[in-house]
Design a protein around this ligand. Structure first.
Ligand code: NAD
Length: 353
């Protein structure tokens, strides 16, 4: 029997990318789409030639559906995930898993109790350059890590926060924050994935150039558990927008990356340095496009995470990005917000549950 799973995509904004990824993913079949917005639903049913539901409860009752991609507003992720787990459905969970560690915990418990798999979307972890950098760091090629720095100077216009699907964005209640919890959470995850877990943080945030509730600019200092120090910056205010920048320094070497371009790779053997620069250096594209348009991302990383979930189900192993690994980014972001609100250094363990 072919090892396949039937998926339903729930939430059809960014969910459109999940549909595209599912159409190309080995072992996955897009069986249904679901949205309470009937216009969006009709459009995606036509585009992807599949059945549709306006009620999530009906997706969960459909015995032909094995797995759901949860792509609704961030603050509803855990609630829908718990319902899916209780219905015996496997889960692909968009980033962030949810907006606080307290909301993520019952999801993690429900997934474990139901024996289903939950693979989380952090597509930068599927990027070939990032994978090779991580391998080099983990095998000691950079020596002892000293510094890890990330900078995300993006732009979102007022239209992004308006319209029928705009008002949840950059609210504390449903988005869990703004430029850091929404756009920047990928970058928070990337630096902790490469550099290791964070011990404590000191942060500032504010609303600088939008009419929004939470924040459009965050600056933070990070102290990693391995002793390295770092900085994080995110904004949706930059004109013109720039690309993600990541720098890391160790006792034996360093690297820096701007968008998709590797600027320096100063570690490893001479042959490997040359190979890395040839593969990912100067001529590579600097920006993914997502720096000003959230829909301009590639669906390749989503496809790989979906294909991995299918394999994880059949091999009865953890998905490549399980909840236990994806939740640290939310813990770090919540610690930074708490630090800014309380004007003190906050240990990540204070917000983790
Ligand atoms: N991986 C990435 O790079 C990336 C990029 C953009 C957005 N996202 C994430 O995707 C999620 C969705 O973002 P978006 O920009 O598409 O938001 P959106 O508001 O445009 O879309 C969410 C959709 O979910 C629907 N929905 C809400 N509750 C529902 C329910 N109970 N049943 C069925 N449908 C329901 C809404 O009607 C809406 O159409 C967010 O968590 C966001 O962080 C990830």
């Amino acid at each position: 029997m072919a090892k396949t799973l039937n998926f339903a995509v729930v939430g059809l904004g960014m969910g459109g990318h999940h549909c595209k990824a599912l159409k190309n993913a080995k072992g996955a079949h897009l069986a249904a789409v679901c949205d309470i917005d009937e216009d969006r639903l009709a459009q995606r049913m036509k585009e992807f030639d599949c059945k549709g539901y306006t009620r999530y409860a009906d997706v969960l009752k459909d015995k032909s559906i094995d797995a759901v991609c949860i792509v609704v507003e961030s603050g509803y992720h855990a609630k829908l995930g718990i319902q899916a787990a209780k219905a015996g459905k496997h889960i692909i969970m968009e980033k962030p898993i949810d907006i606080t560690p307290a909301k993520i915990k019952p999801l993690e418990e429900a997934v474990k109790a139901a024996g289903v798999k939950c693979g989380c979307i952090f597509q930068y972890r599927m990027d070939n350059c990032n994978i090779l950098i991580k391998k080099a760091i983990d095998s000691g090629k950079m020596g002892k890590l000293i510094g890890a720095h990330a900078h995300l100077p993006w732009w979102r216009g007022d239209d992004y926060f308006a319209g029928p699907h705009g008002p949840w964005r950059a609210t504390w209640k449903i988005d869990g924050g703004g430029s850091m919890m929404n756009q920047g959470i990928h970058t928070v995850d990337l630096i902790q994935w490469l550099a290791g877990p964070v011990e404590s943080v000191f942060g500032f945030y504010g609303v600088h150039n939008h009419k929004i509730q939470a924040e459009d600019q965050v600056v933070a200092v990070l102290k990693f558990k391995n002793g390295a120090l770092g900085t994080f910056y995110s904004t949706t205010c930059t004109i013109p927008e720039g690309a993600q920048r990541v720098y890391m320094y160790g006792t034996k070497g360093s690297f820096s990356r701007y968008g998709n371009t590797l600027e320096t790779y100063a570690m490893d053997t001479a042959a490997q340095r040359e190979r890395m620069m040839n593969l990912f250096g100067g001529s590579a594209k600097a920006s993914s496009g997502a720096s000003k348009d959230p829909m301009a991302i590639s669906a390749d990383g989503h496809q790989l995470i979906i294909e991995d979930l299918v394999k994880a189900v059949y091999a009865n192993r953890e998905p490549i990005i399980p909840i236990s690994s994806a939740k640290h980014a939310v813990e770090i972001a919540c610690a930074i917000y708490k630090s800014a609100q309380t004007h003190r250094e906050v240990k990540v363990s204070e917000v983790a549950v």
